[in-house]
Design a protein around this ligand. Structure first.
Ligand SMILES: Cc1cc2nc3c(=O)[nH]c(=O)nc-3n(C[C@H](O)[C@H](O)[C@H](O)COP(=O)(O)OP(=O)(O)OC[C@H]3O[C@@H](n4cnc5c(N)ncnc54)[C@H](O)[C@@H]3O)c2cc1C
Length: 399
């Protein structure tokens, strides 16, 4: 990237000097001069200059031979030997991308005691399971993990790296992208190889109002995190398929970290985790009081489901963030979603509108949630929910 001042257009008006948040522009002999080492290319001076004298140029060519890179890697996120469900979805996407690129699909797993994980992953249609195992990697540490994955990418040069848009995937791949000086598209909902051979990464933008298609043409690997439940889980491989399990050389010098994990405290849930639930009953601001969330929990229990919430309910402190559905919460795709006292803001819809069946309970007949609902009940949720719970519990023979 470079920034230039055209001496023919600049008249030394100093507008750019005032606009620069870095304080790296001064006017000398009626010409703006930019201290390049301090400039972060924010573009404030470019948009402020009335004379179009300043321009930022992006180098539109690769700095290295990109043909050295090949293959698709799926990051095999696991926790104490349990593979994150999104990994099996990424295998579906990764298989398709690798086949289109006529290259290999590998799952790369970091951790300790990974025999069971390696065995389990080898039942899926991948070409290789790459295992990087060390006691220091027992628990997830973003610093350590990102250093290891960056090092592996530099050495083995995958063309595409995918991870789940989970808390781990989001915090970790961004670090890897920075270390490799490449691009990362977070929270993708679609991936495809374009006619140009590049990975076309689709993600919602502007609160889900548009879908942005993003490519990474000049650097490698092309990296994306992908939302859970937007891609079907991969079936197991057909009989006889045996991927190679490769144990990678461990480099202890990469294990330094500024953080120390003292203890893991698992959140105890009374109901099912919302991301995996087939039925979700969610409450919003219309529930009016944290105590009324007990009604939501009872209905969820009667339906054998999990409890979700809008951000308004979470922000009010009525329920923990782990229950939030939506753009800045979790994306869910249950068979049944019951929205109680939720208006249906676009950010909430971004996380639940692909549910199979949506039931909305809202006292406002014009609430936007009714536009996506398959069934709507107009009325006071605090009266309707107990009636529904009673009826459903009776039908299911619950006391
Ligand atoms: C960048 C950004 C990200 C966001 N991310 C998310 C996100 O991830 N998830 C999310 O949910 N929101 C998110 N939001 C917030 C979102 O815009 C809305 O403010 C939020 O979803 C509103 O929550 P709500 O529907 O519970 O509350 P409200 O919009 O206040 O709606 C309450 C509804 O309850 C109804 N009601 C009131 N009393 C009753 C009653 N007794 N019985 C029945 N109905 C009743 C009202 O008619 C109303 O429709 C985000 C916003 C921004 C800007």
């Amino acid at each position: 990237m470079s920034i230039k001042v055209s001496p023919d257009k600049c008249n030394g008006c100093t507008l750019c000097v005032k606009a620069c948040p870095q304080g790296c522009i001064e006017v000398k002999d009626k010409l703006a001069t930019i201290e390049i080492d301090s400039c972060n290319f924010c573009g404030s001076c470019v948009s402020t200059c009335r004379f179009r004298a300043i321009s930022i140029e992006i180098e539109k060519q690769a700095k290295e031979d990109l043909s050295q890179y090949s293959g698709v890697w799926v990051y095999g996120e696991q926790w104490r030997g349990e593979i994150a469900p999104v990994v099996l979805e990424l295998i579906t996407a990764g298989r398709q991308l690798a086949d289109e690129r006529k290259s290999e699909l590998a799952v790369i797993v970091l951790g300790n005691n990974l025999d069971k994980v390696a065995q389990e992953l080898s039942e899926y249609p991948v070409d290789k399971v790459l295992i990087y195992e060390a006691p220091e990697l027992e628990s997830y540490d973003p610093e350590r993990y990102s250093r290891v994955l960056s090092d592996l990418c530099k050495e083995l040069k995958p063309e595409i790296v995918l991870a789940g848009a989970t808390t781990v995937g989001r915090s970790f791949l961004s670090r890897v992208a920075v270390q490799l000086y490449t691009g990362l598209t977070a929270d993708c909902t679609g991936l495809a190889i374009g006619e140009d051979g590049l990975l076309h990464q689709t993600r919602p933008a502007f609160g889900g109002n548009i879908m942005a298609e993003i490519v990474c043409p000049y650097t490698r690997p092309q990296m994306a995190t992908v939302r859970h439940k937007v891609i079907p889980t991969s079936p197991k491989a057909k009989n006889g398929h045996k991927p190679e399990i490769v144990r990678l050389n461990v480099k202890p010098k990469l294990f330094g970290s500024r953080s120390q994990i003292l203890e893991f405290i698992e959140q105890m849930e009374n109901t099912v985790n919302i991301v995996d639930a087939d039925v979700i009953v969610s409450g919003g601001r219309g529930i009016q009081d944290p105590a009324n969330f007990a009604l939501i929990e009872e209905l969820a229990r009667a339906l054998g489901g999990a409890v979700g919430a809008s951000r308004a309910a979470v922000d009010a402190g009525w329920i923990p963030y782990s229950h939030q559905v939506g753009q800045t919460g979790k994306t869910v795709c249950p068979k049944l979603y019951v929205a109680c006292g939720i208006s249906g803001a676009v950010q909430h819809l971004a996380g639940m509108s692909s549910s199979d069946t949506i039931i909305a309970i809202n006292k406002d007949p014009n609430a936007p949630i009714f536009q996506v609902a398959d069934f709507g009940i107009v009325g006071d949720a605090l009266e309707i929910i107990p009636m529904l719970t009673k009826k459903i519990a009776a039908m299911r023979g619950q006391s």
